[in-house]
Write a protein that binds this ligand. Structure first.
Ligand SMILES: [Zn+2]
Length: 446
């Protein structure tokens, strides 16, 4: 196999910087990946697409009373705006937002455990409350992380255009706020929720020697979230598929192989969705998507989640036993870019090396290069190649096109949701355009 852990980790070290969807840093990471493809002698292009980048102008939360004062918060994108003077009301802790939690919510500002699922948001809107406070993180986080809140956009049910301003605070601030039990809290939130930005995919191609029209796509997202270097999530996946590309550059495959580094996965799989949209006519000949989201932790265990016929999961089980490579398989959808391929009917799967609780963490400053291990990393690459190369070079392509019923049902649900979302988006867009002229360039956002 033409793979090399030292080469991969040297590039991974250089890629381990914060690369938030739609920012100049994300684009710099795309350029780095493209340059590495070209170094390997593989042609690669950068493809751009539009994303939501709501801009928060002002967000504050204040507790009333002698022991009160300002609490560090950030605005939740697309939640709404307050009047200039803000909103003010009694605080009500609504735990996880069940109906019984919301009986007395009218005129109040709600504090939720965690962040709002669409159905909880809808219940909060109907309750007559003025606005809400969501929280995340851990009360055990070190103090500096209290100010490092991951930016977040609201996910609403279709057609829900309620103006319901929300802010996000750290879990330890939520605990403090509840202990303080202030009589009133107030929120000021000003934002442009309709603002758009640009993100990028990198696509490298190695044409097949025998059946160039048939394609297998390897994918991995390369964006990260705010405050995270994204070394593990998903610098490792990005380098996993790059090593696989290095191998195929030297060992030409019978079918065409594409390598897709997705931008904006962290804000709702935007890059892979954009790829599938832009390459629509190619999808009929796209036989399989092998996605990688996080590999290479020293403390960890291997998983393969197959959004395709269970023949693939069983084959990986079998191969794992043959190779002495411990891996757990399942047939399911996975919250990563493989879902964007399964949605239009392309058999897809994700490989991941996950970590035990406390063994490595993502989505904060804790996601660092130091928890990774080149030997663990390269073992996964090797196993993936042992699986993928015979599949790509098979006489008869072995992965059935038909998705199993359980996957098809999930896909249909997702399709329904995204149809509603895009309807909503285009509605919002035309509304925004008619209301005001487009403004300055997008700036840094999650
Ligand atoms: Zn990820």
């Amino acid at each position: 196999m033409d793979i090399c852990k030292e080469r991969a980790f040297e590039i991974l070290r250089r890629l381990s910087f914060t690369r938030i969807a739609g920012t100049a840093e994300e684009l710099a990471a795309a350029e780095l990946i493209r340059a590495e493809c070209e170094k390997a002698g593989v042609e690669a292009v950068i493809e751009s697409f539009e994303i939501d980048t709501p801009e928060i102008f002002q967000a504050s939360l204040t507790a009333a009373g002698p022991e009160g004062g300002p609490i560090h918060c950030i605005g939740i994108g697309k939640s709404g705006n307050t009047p200039d003077e803000g909103i003010s009301g009694p605080l009500l802790y609504i735990e996880d937002g069940l109906e019984a939690n919301l009986l007395d919510a009218e005129g109040k500002i709600l504090l939720l455990s965690g962040t709002a699922k669409p159905e909880v948001l809808e219940r909060m809107h109907k309750s007559g409350a003025l606005g809400y406070i969501a929280c995340y993180g851990s009360i055990y986080d070190p103090p500096e992380m209290v100010r490092e809140l991951r930016t977040r956009n609201e996910r609403r049910k279709s057609g829900d255009e309620t103006n319901f301003p929300g802010v996000l605070i750290h879990m330890s601030e939520a605990q403090k706020l509840l202990r303080l039990a202030p009589e009133r809290v107030s929120i000021v939130l000003k934002q442009d929720g309709g603002k758009k930005g640009t993100s990028h995919n990198v696509v490298a191609s190695i044409p097949g020697t025998d059946k160039p029209e048939e394609i297998v796509v390897f994918s991995a997202h390369y964006d990260s979230v705010i405050y995270s270097t994204g070394a593990w999530d998903n610098g490792t996946g990005s380098l996993t598929i790059m090593e696989i590309m290095q191998h195929f550059a030297k060992n030409p495959p019978r079918r065409s192989v594409k390598f897709l580094w997705c931008g904006s996965e962290e804000i709702g799989l935007r890059g892979s969705k954009a790829y599938c949209e832009a390459h629509k006519e190619e999808l009929a000949k796209t036989l399989f998507n092998i996605n990688v989201d996080m590999t290479g932790t020293l403390l960890g265990y291997e998983k393969a989640v197959c959004s395709c016929d269970d023949m693939v999961a069983k084959h990986i089980d079998f191969l794992g036993r043959m190779e002495g490579f411990p891996i757990t398989t399942s047939v399911d959808m996975y919250s990563s870019d493989s879902s964007s391929f399964a949605a239009p009917g392309v058999p897809a799967m994700t490989f991941a090396r996950l970590a035990p609780k406390g063994g490595a963490e993502i989505h904060s400053r804790k996601d660092v290069f130091e928890v990774l291990d080149p030997t663990a990393f390269i073992r996964t690459v090797e196993f993936m190649l042992k699986f993928a190369e015979p599949v790509i070079n098979a006489k008869l392509f072995p992965v059935p096109r038909q998705l199993p019923q359980q996957i098809q049902e999930r896909v249909n649900q997702m399709a329904e949701q995204s149809k509603e979302q895009s309807k909503e988006q285009s509605k919002e867009q035309s509304k925004e355009q008619s209301e005001k002229p487009s403004e300055a360039q997008p700036k840094e956002q999650k």
